[in-house]
Design a binder for this molecule. Sequence first.
Ligand code: NAD
Length: 411
Amino acid sequence: MELENAKNTIKKAAEKLNLSKETLDIILNTEREVKVNFPVQMDDGTQKIFTGYRIQHNSLLGPYKGGIRYHPEVNLNEVSALSIWMTIKTATLNLPLGGGKGGVICNPKELSEQEIENLTRGFIKKIAPVIGPHKDIPAPDVYTNSKIMDIIVDEYSKTEGIPIEKAKAVVTGKSIENGGSLGRDTATARGGQFVLKQAIEQTKIIPTLENATIAIQGIGNAGGNFAKLISKDNAKIIAISDSKGAIHNPKGLNINKVLEHKKQTGSVMNTPDTICMTNEQLLELDCDVLVPAALANQITEKNADKIKAKIILELANGPTTPEADKILEEKNKLILPDILTNAGGVTVSYYEWFQNINQEKWTAEKVDEKLKEKMQNATKEILDKKEKYQTTTRIAAYVNAIERLSRKLEN
Ligand code: NAD
């Protein structure tokens, strides 16, 4: 995620709204940037200094919210861009939350479990004064998980001297035993499914999800769960892929058999009754809905005019480049943008925080029902704004979010 890309999209949306320079400046700038250096005890008995960031972009709508990543390439520019993106995302979903993001420069693949725990505790000790259940609520991101979130609760409780029960709402994405929410693991896919159904109903670009032909790039948490969910809606998944390549069957794949084959062989490739192809060929298949659910920058100016799908459902972050966006819009394709489509995760994170604060435990059905309503409303608002401002769905999503932020500034 490029900082300039994020800012440019905000500027385009601001033009549509005739936003004042003062309001735009507030939205473009981060409120607080924290950089910390801290010592970590290593397994070989030495001590090493690590560097981490917590960027708090905007709190107009509520406490900052956003993940913490552990990666060698973590840097201020990227974390800032991702924090802006979180502000827009929470506003898109009308959640009472702001945007933040954090990270530690490290290679988790080279660290033992104990070293990762020590690193997490060292980082949290340093950022404890600026996070908290009503200040800033981190979550998992690249190479961080529920186990690390549970350690954060423990360390925050010790550092701040508050009981564990009260400390739980400082992060989301915890294990279920430690205050995590049911439905969080499938929330991103579920959210995408609700967005797609609402968009089909509202635009009538295709008649129904039932029998619609779908190609999915990626079969991980997002793509795999999405495939399972839409199979139950009787959609016809004609292709799916992983990093080794794609498989295709124009009559439809049996997703359970594909997942079983991947479990046994490590890849979807060569699943019986399928044709193998490349990930690039999958993107260009003749289908109703294309679902990029793996990596960024997959649909570019090189392949955008070969995309035949009528709807592009962006479950991955940033799968379409700005140049490709233009080409697809000219071809009248409906892009359901990442900022909306994959926001099911942050929405259920908000429900986790709400349950922790109010000492409640919701059933999976209740989480699902609430998620459905949120995702449907956000999709409807954005498609309405697309019409009103005669713009792309992506800009319409930003317009919707920025309107919410600027209203708060004016009141
Ligand atoms: P994951 O690691 O579970 O799965 C990634 C999938 O991508 C795997 O199937 C992998 O085989 C496939 N892949 C890797 N390299 C590929 C390549 N070169 N070509 C095709 N496929 C390739 O990750 P995930 O959690 O499913 O995330 C996927 C995307 O969705 C990312 O962009 C992520 O940022 C986004 N996303 C995920 C969540 C979530 O809650 N999981 C939330 C928001 C956004």
